[in-house]
Design a protein around this ligand. Structure first.
Ligand code: ATP
Ligand code: MG
Length: 417
């Protein structure tokens, strides 16, 4: 016998009780997003590496160090999707969705892959629910998108939620600001972390995200992008805020908010939960008006978000999982009852009941114990001369023809329910 094998580091198994919780997240997302006109989309697990290199941005952590990239048998470079927005944008373009009424609203719930340091709330394969609205720059789309994530988190019982909101302006205003920030960073280069120093040219905005104490101190005094937006960007941002205010959604304007993807423009937001430890980000997103152009399409606005399923579940706390329902357990009193019982069990399922048959060769006593453990409402014991039906709730017992078991269960089950 070889060494006992385990799931790879940073991955985990979704066990049945966890699956019940995840089903609930999925059903809630479907209800809330569906009511707002979002329709489900699922893209492939892997994509051409170029999609992420171009769509997520070469300077991002994701592209620089977190991607699972490999060559397939045909020598093409492919990457396990690290995020969902670039693939959805690709699908929008590939399927000519710009011809549909805009914005096109799409949602997904899929697994994603990032090679990062595995810890609580941070995995190498994780799941996200996400929503994208592509084809309109109207600030109402931004507000609706943010409100939908807020509602989802609230409906799922995510505790101590906080929303931070910012605006990045458009690439043009950002370019001017970038130069200003780069100048400021160079003036304070000796106090910055090595990582931030190395990225002054490539991605100076990420300096706001740093944990390094010296860098943090420098960033306190850094010029803020929000103070350098154009009048149009400011108007757009003000309208988004006014709509959120009208909907009574609390948020904090954060002038230092940056996120790990390069394609964002204008609105940017992040939901955190104080119920989580260091990995406090539950979900976030923003407007990505440059993305579709970046991947070879016409200039098309879009906005969306993604929220981590594991972190949602962690921040929502453990709700007890209800035991699965079992209407009927079919036991057999003697080997002659086995074939009849097996058939009865299938018939019960066809009649819409949940039913299980003895599958482990237990003695009759063992079968009854198993029926009890399974929480069966009724037990049918099939023998050579008929069946005994026991109502586990009332203790009532009837002798009857096997063919009568299902009608009686259906009738009795109904009167009590
Ligand atoms: P973080 O700051 O925690 O690294 P991020 O900025 O990389 O998050 P996004 O790319 O915006 O996160 O992904 C959206 C959400 O997906 C996050 O808020 C988080 O809930 C979840 N998420 C991201 N990376 C992971 C991971 N490795 N494991 C589990 N959940 C994750
Ligand atoms: Mg990350």
């Amino acid at each position: 016998m070889g060494k006992k094998l385990q799931a790879p580091r940073g991955t985990y198994d979704v066990l049945p009780d966890d699956a019940v919780r995840r089903d609930h997240v999925e059903a809630t997302a479907r209800r809330i997003l569906g009511a707002a006109g979002y329709r489900r989309i699922e893209t492939p697990t892997f994509e051409a590496t170029e999609l992420f290199a171009r769509g997520v941005g070469a300077s991002t952590d994701i592209v620089q160090k977190e991607m699972y990239t490999f060559e397939d048998g045909g020598g093409r470079s492919v990457t396990l999707r690290p995020e969902g927005t670039a693939p959805v944008a690709r699908a929008y373009l590939e399927h000519g969705m710009q011809k549909l009424p805009q914005p096109v609203k799409l949602w997904y719930l899929s697994s994603f892959y990032r090679y990062e340091r595995a810890q609580a709330g941070r995995y190498r394969q994780f799941w996200q629910v996400g929503a994208e609205a592509i084809g309109s720059a109207d600030p109402a789309v931004d507000a609706e998108s943010i409100l939908l994530l807020a509602e989802l988190l609230e409906s799922l019982g995510v505790r101590d939620v906080r929303l931070r909101l910012g605006s990045l302006g458009t690439p043009k205003t950002r370019a001017a600001y970038r130069e200003l920030l780069q100048r400021y960073l160079r003036d304070h280069e000796d106090q910055l972390s090595e990582e931030v120093r190395a990225r002054i040219d490539l991605n100076p905005l990420r300096a706001f995200d740093a944990d390094h104490p010296g860098t943090k101190a420098v960033m306190e005094g850094a010029p803020r992008l929000l103070d350098h937006l154009s009048a149009e960007d400011l108007d757009h941002f003000a309208e988004v805020r006014a709509l959120l205010d009208g909907a009574d959604l609390a948020y904090e304007v954060d002038k230092t908010l940056v996120r790990g993807l390069d394609y964002y423009a204008r609105t940017l937001f992040e939901f955190t939960s104080d119920a989580l430890g260091a990995q406090s980000g539950v979900g976030g997103g923003g407007r990505y008006d440059g993305l579709i152009e970046q991947i070879g399409g016409p200039s098309t606005p879009g906005i969306g978000w993604a929220a981590g399923i594991e972190r949602i579940l962690l921040a929502a706390g453990e709700e007890p999982v209800p035991a699965p329902l079992l209407d009927l357990y079919v036991a057999y009193a003697a080997p002659e009852g086995r074939a009849t019982g097996f058939e009865l069990c299938w018939e019960a399922r066809r009649a819409g009941l949940s039913a299980q048959f003895e599958l482990a060769g237990r003695s009759l006593k063992g079968q009854l114990k198993q029926a009890d453990r399974s929480g069966a409402r009724f037990v049918a014991i099939v023998g050579p001369d008929g069946a005994t039906l026991k109502d586990m709730e009332t203790g009532e017992q009837d002798e009857l023809e096997p063919g009568r078991v299902i009608p009686v269960v259906l009738k009795k089950g109904k009167t009590l329910a």
